[in-house]
Design a protein around this ligand. Structure first.
Ligand SMILES: [Zn+2]
Ligand SMILES: [Zn+2]
Length: 300
């Protein structure tokens, strides 16, 4: 277990504290009500911070599925941090552990271990953040070697609090409540990749885990719900891909559309993507059984 300094422990614990505060702060909207402007603010903050998480934290920083100028990575990580779901080192550390130990005891947020059923769902939907495993075993060396990313990581709560202050300045308690509600919805949206996308959906590709392609999760997370493809081809910049009748079919993947937009602006390059023969070589044979919840529980 990595030894953390007291200040890092305090800074890291600001993350769960802010998420709990967001849940409670969301209740403000029952007092203030929500105008069209405040609802638009909720949606805007959800979408831009979801993209910071999916396009920057996940597909760029963690999996290097495309290349981008360093300032874009830094700005994207500040937007990602403003989601209130921790900074780049912490995020990448846990996500790499998820891929490395998927559905095994060292997977930080599997719905199959250490708990199953409803408790497993609660664990993967956010309960894992309130356990000692919240502190990563090891922080990624590549992120830690970038001084700017390291500062964003430790001071991850500053963009979140700044966004809350901006919301309050824009529209008082109503917009502050809108900010809290957006942050809470965003938190649960992101966590559905850990929970629902390992429980329900299709498995068009052969993987040694329970990852699923889920249209619902893809809708909530701008394309990250095509999670079976992601576990099969982790470095693919496009997640929205499936197999139907032995043919490759492309699915709506807003994060990938955003990355293509960055590419057209010369802000992204070298997008990685499996070829169709590679995709077909990993296709699950038609009629072969999917891994399912009961089968998974029997193997644990
Ligand atoms: Zn996964
Ligand atoms: Zn991943």
């Amino acid at each position: 277990m990595k030894q953390y300094s007291l200040i890092t422990i305090i800074f890291y614990l600001m993350g769960p504290a802010l998420i709990i505060a967001s849940h409670l702060g969301s209740l403000l909207v029952f007092i203030t009500g929500l105008s069209v402007g405040a609802i638009s603010w909720i949606v805007f903050l959800y979408l831009i911070r979801m993209l910071g998480t999916t396009a920057i934290y996940h597909r760029l920083l963690t999996h290097k599925s495309y290349q981008a100028p360093t300032p874009l990575l830094w700005i994207g990580c500040i937007i990602g941090a403003s989601a209130g779901q921790m900074g780049p080192s912490w995020w990448k550390a846990h996500h790499m552990a998820h891929h490395l130990h998927v559905e095994q005891p060292l997977d930080p947020h599997s719905p199959y271990t250490p708990f199953q059923g409803w408790k497993g769902f609660y664990w993967s939907q956010g309960g894992w953040l309130l356990a000692p495993q919240f502190f990563p075993e090891k922080l990624p060396a590549d992120v830690e070697s970038d001084r700017v990313l390291q500062i964003i990581d430790r001071l991850h709560f500053v963009p979140t609090i700044a966004l809350g202050a901006l919301s309050y300045a824009m529209g008082g308690l109503e917009y502050l409540g809108a900010f809290f509600l957006s942050t809470t919805l965003l938190f649960h949206g992101v966590q559905t990749v850990n929970s629902l996308a390992h429980l329900f959906g299709e498995q068009p590709f052969i993987t040694d885990d329970h990852s699923r392609n889920s249209g619902l999760v893809a809708f909530l997370t701008l394309g990250e719900g095509w999670h079976n493809l992601h576990h099969a081809f982790q470095s693919s910049s496009r997640h929205g891909i499936t197999i139907r009748n032995n043919r490759v079919v492309y699915l709506v993947d807003p994060t990938f559309i955003f990355i293509k937009m960055l590419e057209s602006l010369k802000l992204a390059s070298k997008l990685r993507m499996p070829t169709e023969p590679e995709l077909l070589s990993r296709a699950r044979p038609q009629g072969s059984p999917h891994t399912n919840l009961s089968a998974a529980l029997n193997t644990r």
